[in-house]
Design a protein around this ligand. Sequence first.
Ligand code: PRX
Length: 657
Amino acid sequence: MPEREVEQHIEALLQERRTFEPPAEFRAQANARDESIYEEANKDPVAWWAGQARERLTWFKEWDRDFNWDPPHYQWFIGGKLNASYNCLDRHLDEHGDRIAYIWVPELDGETKRITYRQLHEDVCRFANVLKGQGIGKGDKVGIYMGMVPELPVAMLACARIGAPHVVVFGGFSADSLRERMNQAGCKVMITMDGGYRRGNTIPLKANADEAMQDTPTIERCIVVRRTGDDVPMQQGRDLWYHELMQDASADCEAEPMDAEDMLYMLHSSGTTGKPKGVVHTTGGYLTQVASTHYNVFDIKPDRDIYWCAADIGWVTGHSYIVYGPLTNACTSVLYEGAPDYPDKDRFWTIVEEHKVTILYTAPTTIRTFMKWGVDYPKKHDLSSLRLLGTVGEPINPEAWIWYQEYIGGGRTPVVDTWWQTETGAIMITPLPGITTLKPGSATFPYPGVIADVVDDAGNPVGRGKAGYVVIKHPTPGMLRTLYEADDRYVETYWSRFGDRVYFPADGCKLDEDGYFWLLGRVDDVMNVSGHRISTYEVESALVDHEKVAEAAVVGAQDPDTGQAIIAFVTLKGGNEGTEELIAELREHVAKVIGKLARPKSIIFTDELPKTRSGKIMRRLLKDVAEGRQLGDVTTLQNADVVEEIRQKATLRAGEE
Ligand code: PRX
């Protein structure tokens, strides 16, 4: 992030100076209420994590060695055996088999389903047998491309049960993106649905999957869950209906003992190149950190709480805090299928009221949208069941934090702002709600057992009162082990910037005078749009892929609603005109190549892009243009005159929007 921008950002953040102590009542009953948890963890992080692994999980065999570090590679709980699905299900059955695991709330009214741990276990066992019947075994990759229905966690847990890593692709991704991810992982089976519901419309998941599968040589079978009832073509010999297979499957299936370091799943994430990265998570370490953070950060009381993480399971937040965390902790979760504004803008509050939700975890962008819709929507509902709120995905501006606490939390609830990444697998920097004095806009402190700091360009700690890069100085159990079949890229991306013993997340951060961490956003070419991570390069490649486009430069510009918005500067091939129709066409093209989430908000046509004398596009300058900032010295440019032209066009366009 350019220095000026950091300063502006920090200034805005620090204007909010209020602090919030944990309410006495909350503290008195909190799972983590004693500050000694930090001291204990700091004294010996490895031993502390090992304690968490023992306390929160059931192991078939305890590990021989708790940690090994061969920088930058590391292993946790070496030789330990366990199964994630067993930890999520089987071990709860004797005492809590009748507890609700998921309250599934469909987008359309009238069919809420309450699924007990026993029922979930039965479905998972059946589906695990279905997968086995299709020749899937330990180590085989299974692609999943679904909406938010109970069959999605069933599919994931069935994979975990037999040791087949799942590769979930968010249902909003296009056929092209799906194909790329399936091929990169070499999936043998794909699980999808006829279609998914979203704002009353259907998303043609099977049609997209069909398009993707035109060129996925490793996929042998496609299992289709019926949801919308739409008529979808079923390819003979390849496509099978989920409900038909389940009917004949046995509900008896032993959980496969897995090595702690065996891959539980792979999930793709955007990096600074066009190629998505296959982030690899393991069984023992991942589950330990997810279970521990879920229990302590959300202060879970499994027998009482109704917990709702309103993310999509297609992202890491859903993997960790809708599936693995809550189920490991035998908690009751809401699983909501649809959008926050369907059928109306108070849908979330209807759900909170009806199901007496006690803990809500969502993204700042969603909160800002609620703010825009106005307080009347939450005010219509009784939200007094809520006792804790959480956010994740991007920096939360203090206004949104305060609004969330005031209008959703009734001024009573702590708000936990949790910083982490697909790569870290679980929460890394966060308050503990019974201990931490909160500052709106700050994720506060590293979780116990997480050793983080803020450093300058040379890797030296900046000290209190200064900004720099956040770094993690010791691997935690939940962190990625590698990038699938791209270990060099793993080393280069995360463990090279400051040597091979320091993990580099690529986020800017300020440490304040009290040692609080204020995360400031990405310092690389990754944009954060509505909490979705998209690389500028991916969008540029998609644009250049269009026949009329010669060159494209994409930047993420600050946006009051979505955090950042995608702004594209495009030069066209000779003979083409930059019309409104072409803008629409290009946006659609990006949606087709990547998915709707990556559509540029604005496209500005220009005859040339500003370049340095060595021919590099000056993205930083374009970012200044997109954010309406004064431009600095442009004399080093090869083509300084284009800047003024672009600036005028951008101003004009902003005026139109
Ligand atoms: O820039 C940080 C931002 O989201 C990035 C990680 O994105 P992703 O892998 O998609 O995972 C999102 C959900 C865990 C980070 O590098 N980010 C996430 N949480 C926060 C955040 N930035 C500031 N504050 C947060 N609480």
